[in-house]
Design a protein around this ligand. Structure first.
Ligand code: ATP
Ligand code: MG
Length: 137
């Protein structure tokens, strides 16, 4: 069954949005197969966002992800990678549609509440970075 990696970023945890976000995935019908709360190391954040290391915002992005608690999750279900991204909305919350998580809950591209894997292969890679196989149901 298809799986995706979803993470509530430090702004989302600090603003008390954990329950709201988890509820959306639960209500949609997806199954939670792993979850943990972590304050990521710099190494973990850099590995996670490795594809963006040449971007000008890479340093601030890594610093932000390491600044507080991240809720790392694996969700499972039909089409969960693509549908999860649709539920999250566009990267810049000013451009995300109302009804999406970023569209409803954010205004800042650097503080956009949540991460979701962008492809099935990316999801497999990210799940492997954040979780040991025995931590998954
Ligand atoms: P994520 O990978 O976090 O789910 P995404 O896939 O929508 O987001 P990416 O292109 O992978 O977008 O960028 C990763 C993160 O880098 C974004 O979520 C955002 O916080 C930050 N970011 C992207 N573009 C910019 C930008 N132009 N300025 C500042 N931060 C940015
Ligand atoms: Mg991305």
């Amino acid at each position: 069954m298809e799986r995706t990696f979803i993470a509530i970023k430090p702004d989302g945890t600090n603003r008390g949005l954990i329950g709201e976000i988890i509820a959306r995935f639960e209500k949609k019908g997806y199954k939670l197969v792993a979850m943990k709360a972590v304050k990521p190391s710099k190494e973990l954040a850099e590995t996670h966002y490795d594809a963006l290391k040449e971007k000008p915002f890479f340093g601030p992005l890594v610093e932000f992800i390491c600044s507080g608690l991240v809720i790392a999750m694996v969700w499972e279900g039909t089409g969960v990678v693509k549908t999860g991204r649709q539920m999250i909305g566009a990267t810049n919350p000013l451009e995300s549609a109302p009804g999406t998580i970023r569209g409803d809950l954010g205004i800042d591209v650097g503080r956009n509440v949540i991460h979701g894997s962008d492809a099935v292969e990316t999801a497999e890679r990210e799940i492997g970075i954040w979780f040991k196989p025995e931590e998954l149901v």
